[in-house]
Design a protein around this ligand. Structure first.
Ligand SMILES: Cc1ncc(COP(=O)(O)O)c(C=O)c1O
Length: 437
């Protein structure tokens, strides 16, 4: 059992003094870990990570879904390193910018042009800017059932954490529901001629029903708006051609990031020339300032992305993600069924990108029970705030994980029967989306 988090705790205290939230990403913050748990990771290899106290874990967070091949994955790291030795940023584009664009467009056949950024938000912001410029409209429609689209005001203004954002921004974002065409029609009817585009993930936990994506696109076009798919997560998990290939839908623009560079910072806005060219220099319309930053095309990051995409093309990464995810899901759900708590703990969602539920005795999602479950996982050497597999998760990893989760669920069941306070050490983890601390 892992019990020593001394270095983690010292570093966490220090970090909270000098970094707001104790981390540079909210979901990695000091309030996101059980008290008895690692707060800082030192290194990772494949599917395993080591914390600053030397404890080893099988990991299922994988860089917030950005690491699909595995940590410190040699073909990617070596490609980036080789490129760094040639220099990383020049006063003119390097050839690798073109090579990376060609590799990308070879994978995602619907797209005619692509522009790279550093974060997913660069790409979704860019897509909305083009849609607004193209249509001359200010409002956007976002899917209310999808948890995150951007760090920018058009999205954060709609969350409980909207302090510091002018109230007027909220009025520019309308919402609709997934698999609910009527809600899209209603949104357009309530804001006639005002909505520039809709943005949604192609799939989250449930698949699109009855050709929902193509029908949603039709409604957009009927209303003079563009249809944008956010493939940040699905792009490098569902299929080598993204979820758009799986569901045979041809978006006006789509956005990618996360796994595209196996953890290196790269994102992409891709789409039809008719729209994308507004960000360029070969048209006679008003110019759009599209995704242009100092570090926008660091050459070693593009090398990492090319190596990642080539690895996908030469190996059945997608097949492995689906297969290992399926084994994990089946193993865990069988164990929770045997313990009679399948209505409390279960793995749900697509095999290649699942999440687990942690419900209380009343069947409601519970932060205290989530924290207890994570606490018991950590003790047993699992770092598992989510259930994300990578190409590096072996059969041994999966069966060891299922065994350990079985033992963690025995404690979970005891806490359901005897009260959680007896088993949970310290406060529960907090949701990121809250108005006050
Ligand atoms: C679906 C989706 N879109 C956009 C983003 C924003 O990406 P980033 O955090 O890289 O800016 C995220 C991030 O979690 C996401 O999950």
């Amino acid at each position: 059992m892992i019990k020593n988090f001394k270095n983690s705790d010292t570093l966490s205290k220090r970090a909270q003094e000098i970094i707001p939230g104790g981390a540079h990403t909210y979901s990695k913050g000091a309030d996101q870990s059980p008290l008895l748990g690692p707060k800082f990771i030192e290194r990772g290899k494949g599917s395993h990570v080591w914390d600053v106290d030397g404890n080893e874990y099988i990991e299922y967070a994988m860089g917030l879904r950005s690491v699909t091949l595995g940590h410190n994955f040699a073909p990617v790291v070596e490609a980036a390193y080789k490129q760094m030795l040639k220099g990383t940023n020049f006063g003119r584009p390097s050839m690798i910018e073109l090579e990376c664009a060609e590799t990308f467009l070879g994978m995602f056949e619907n797209a005619e042009m692509v522009k790279f950024g550093k974060n997913g938000s660069d790409a979704t912001n860019g897509a909305l800017k083009i849609a607004r410029a193209y249509t001359g409209r200010d409002m956007v429609g976002i899917c209310a059932d999808h948890p995150f689209f951007s760090v920018d005001d058009w999205f954060i203004s709609t969350t409980p954490m909207n302090s510091g954002i002018p109230r007027i921004m909220q009025d520019l974002t309308a919402k609709f529901h997934y698999n609910d065409l009527e809600s899209i029609e209603k949104m357009f009817a309530e804001h006639p001629g005002e909505i520039a585009c809709i943005i949604l993930e192609p799939e989250k936990y449930d698949p699109p029903k009855d050709d929902f994506l193509n029908k949603a696109k039709e409604i957009c076009h009927k209303n003079g708006a563009l249809f944008i798919l956010d493939e940040m997560i699905t792009g490098f998990r569902w299929h080598n051609g993204g979820a758009q290939k799986v569901y045979n839908v041809d978006p006006d623009m789509s956005t990618f990031g996360k796994a595209m560079g196996n953890g290196f910072s790269i994102s992409a806005l891709a789409g039809k020339k008719e729209f994308m060219k507004l960000g360029g220099i070969n048209h006679d319309k008003e110019r759009v300032f599209l995704m242009s930053t100092t570090h926008g095309a660091e050459s070693h990051v593009l090398a990492a992305a090319i190596a990642t995409m080539k690895f996908y093309q030469e190996n059945d990464v997608i097949g492995v993600l689906h297969e290992q995810g399926r084994k994990l899901k089946e193993g865990v759900n069988k164990a929770s069924r045997e313990l009679g708590i399948e209505d409390k703990v279960s793995i749900i969602g697509p095999d290649c990108c699942s999440v687990y539920t942690t419900r209380d005795n009343d069947g409601n999602p519970s932060q205290p029970f989530r924290t207890l479950f994570i606490q018991e996982q950590l003790k047993r050497g699992l770092l598992m705030p989510s259930s994300i597999v990578s190409y590096s998760h072996s059969d041994e990893d999966i069966s060891e994980t299922v065994e350990k989760l079985h033992d963690a669920m025995i404690i979970y069941k005891k806490a359901l029967n005897e009260g959680i306070d007896k088993y949970l050490s310290g406060r529960p983890v907090a949701p990121v989306w809250r108005k006050y601390n």
